[in-house]
Design a protein around this ligand. Structure first.
Ligand code: SP5
Ligand code: ZN
Length: 347
């Protein structure tokens, strides 16, 4: 499997996220990816390569141009406000909720940060744009590599920050550019008529759902913690089925906190059946391993060995596949768990 690894991921390193009225250390750290790399190297899994330059035009067909331009210049604007800001991260503090206008773009920086974000747990740092852009390139390259090879070929975008919470024009949930959505778009543009995205991260892939909600060419499936109690709370319910041309092209499979592998597998199999019924030509797997029993912010009970079976089940689709790296915060075990999925997938 070709693995496009983000060589500048560590340039995105948030200091703190807001949690219960305090700033606490970020869960989404550079070490997460280093553990994955180490596990892949040790086990001889994959063929590591660097990404090419990012296709900004493609990124602007998934995200709005004004959002992409905001991300690209946000850090410079932040430091221009006060040179001392260079030692601090950007965290949103105000948002336009119901009744506020979304069509205006204030010049005030904090106001623009809020316009383009949805939570205060997702710091934007000096290197966020560079890291997110290289990660997007990994996702696009992985999709193009898979498209260029016939048969059941697979590739991975091994990158952070993750992507599945990032929507058409907002960041949040540790995500800035939606790598899974970019991979799906790249697969479409390389000739796949129908693409499915299967999101197995603990959290609902709200950004991915929003990006494709009215499209019939991309099926979005997400197995996740029930948003009644789990982040991101405001999306991810079973009655969200897609809209307009995209009606019946979104499938949410929420499961209660505490769910173990047997029940989780039943939901995944239901999701995979929907992918088959959709007659997808290719699949993108948004691979989060925060479903792990040891994850510090999540509440499913998968064990490390279960991830081998997750890989086997995904391989059963028998489709060209692109994996993107999403969540997983039990840092020292993230490598084993991701490597297990890929090993199970390879058979
Ligand atoms: C990609 C991904 O998995 N994003 C998840 C974002 C979750 N953000 C909210 C997490 C709040 C958890 N805070 C718990 C702190 C316990 N010390
Ligand atoms: Zn997650």
């Amino acid at each position: 499997m070709q693995i496009f690894h983000n060589p500048v991921h560590e340039k995105h390193a948030g200091r703190q996220e807001m949690f219960r009225g305090k700033l606490v250390p970020c869960h989404e750290t550079p070490a997460r990816l280093e553990y994955v790399l180490e596990a892949l190297r040790q086990r001889g899994i994959g063929d590591l390569r660097a990404p090419s330059a990012a296709d900004i035009a493609l990124i602007k067909r998934v995200h709005t141009p004004r959002y992409v331009d905001f991300l690209a210049s946000a850090w410079q604007e932040w430091v221009a406000l006060d040179p001392a800001n260079a030692g601090l991260d950007v965290l949103p503090s105000i948002w336009p909720v119901r009744g506020f206008r979304h069509d205006v773009e204030p010049t005030n920086f904090a106001a623009r940060v809020g316009l383009f974000s949805f939570d205060s747990g997702c710091p934007l740092t000096a290197g966020t744009w560079e890291a997110a852009l290289a990660g997007a390139a990994c996702a696009i390259d992985a999709a193009r590599a898979v498209s260029a090879t016939s048969g059941k070929h697979a590739a991975m975008a091994l990158t952070r920050p993750p992507g599945h919470h990032a929507g058409p024009d907002f960041f949040g949930g540790y995500c800035f550019l939606n790598n899974a959505a970019l991979a799906a778009q790249a697969l479409r543009e390389a000739g796949a008529a129908r693409v499915a995205i299967v999101d197995v991260d603990y959290h609902h892939g709200n950004g991915t759902q929003s990006i494709f909600y009215e499209r019939a060419d991309v099926l979005t499936v997400s197995v996740h913690g029930d948003p009644t109690t789990e982040y991101p709370f405001y999306l991810g319910y079973a009655d969200e089925r897609g809209q307009g041309a995209g009606a019946d092209c979104n499938l949410n499979l929420p499961l209660p906190a505490g769910t173990g592998f047997a029940d989780w597998t039943r939901a995944l199999k239901q999701g995979l059946a929907a992918v088959r019924a959709f007659k997808a030509d290719a699949v993108v797997v948004a691979l989060g391993v925060d479903t792990y029993e040891g994850d510090p912010i999540s509440r499913f009970k998968l064990k490390s060995a279960d991830y081998l079976q997750v890989g086997r089940l995904l391989a059963g689709l028998d489709l060209p596949a692109v994996f993107t790296m999403e969540g997983g915060y039990a840092v020292a075990d993230v490598g084993t768990n991701v490597a297990n999925v890929l090993e199970g997938y390879a058979g």
